[in-house]
Design a protein around this ligand. Structure first.
Ligand code: CIR
Length: 257
């Protein structure tokens, strides 16, 4: 795998109204979030990708999390049908950006009653693991796998118990290496990989991203940083504290392809 392009969307001021399961962390500070977004873009560029920066969308508080309304594979793009009502319209906003890179034949859709959030999709080569979650239902997964098969790719379902999205707790770093936390430490689905176990107190940092050999790790998680370095990766860190307040992490903030 090598990524050439990344799509991100600037956070909106309305992000303070974004969905969160952790209100005790407080509301995000918008100015700080913007600065963190700048740093995120800079880190991506250091990994050698071209970054397309889409404008903020005030009507969608969670729209900076572009990973959810689309999934981009090496064969084509899938516009999803996001499972949270306040986010569903983000699919129409991401589609034109995706179409800059793919022709009609290579842009497919998840249709109601199927729902799917891209945060539930983890790419491992040509295989895509899809979490069945509060956002992604069985019909969404069925449609998704059917589209993949049409392109010679394949998908399989993973049942989630606790996390919001699949990639909240498991992320593939290429080369057979996988970061796992919580319920994913013991899941048989991932037994075949070299699993790097994340301690509970750093669980948030299970959401790292591999970009062309470098792994971007959230700032402030020393055990995870060291584990990733010990696995042989170059690392960059980016502070994502303001996105964490909305259950968002490094992967959620971009589409990488
Ligand atoms: C949400 O609840 O949809 C947002 N506040 C966070 C989305 C995080 N996205 C992701 O894990 N892919």
């Amino acid at each position: 795998t090598k990524f050439s392009n990344v799509i991100v969307r600037r956070p909106a001021k309305s992000m303070v109204e974004g969905i969160t399961s952790a209100p005790e962390l407080g509301k995000p500070d918008y100015e700080k979030a913007l600065k963190q977004h700048d740093d995120y873009i800079a880190a991506l560029k250091e990994c050698g990708v071209e970054v397309t920066v889409l404008p903020a969308l005030e009507q969608f508080p969670d729209s900076c999390f572009v990973e959810d309304p689309a999934v981009i594979t090496r064969c084509g793009a899938i516009i999803t049908n996001p499972g949270a009502a306040s986010r569903n319209g983000e699919k129409d906003e991401i589609e034109p950006a995706v179409r800059q890179f793919f022709d009609d034949e290579h842009v497919k859709h998840i249709e109601s009653p199927g729902t799917l959030d891209g945060g539930d999709v983890m790419m491992v080569g040509d295989h895509f693991y899809v979490g069945q979650s509060a956002r992604t239902n069985a019909e969404g997964i069925r449609q998704f796998c059917e589209i993949l098969e049409g392109w010679g790719l394949e998908g399989s379902e993973v049942k989630l118990e606790k996390v919001l999205h699949l990639k909240t707790g498991v992320n593939y770093l290429e080369d057979g290496n996988m970061l796992v936390s919580g319920e994913f430490v013991t899941k048989p689905d991932f037994e075949q990989y070299n699993r790097i176990e994340i301690p509970e107190d750093e669980a948030y940092a299970a959401n790292c991203i591999w970009v062309n050999g470098t792994v971007i790790v959230p700032e402030g998680y020393p055990t995870v940083l060291k584990a990733v370095q010990d696995a042989g990766y170059e690392t960059l860190t980016v502070d994502t504290s303001e996105y964490r307040k909305l259950d968002g992490g490094l992967s959620c903030l971009s589409l990488r392809f």
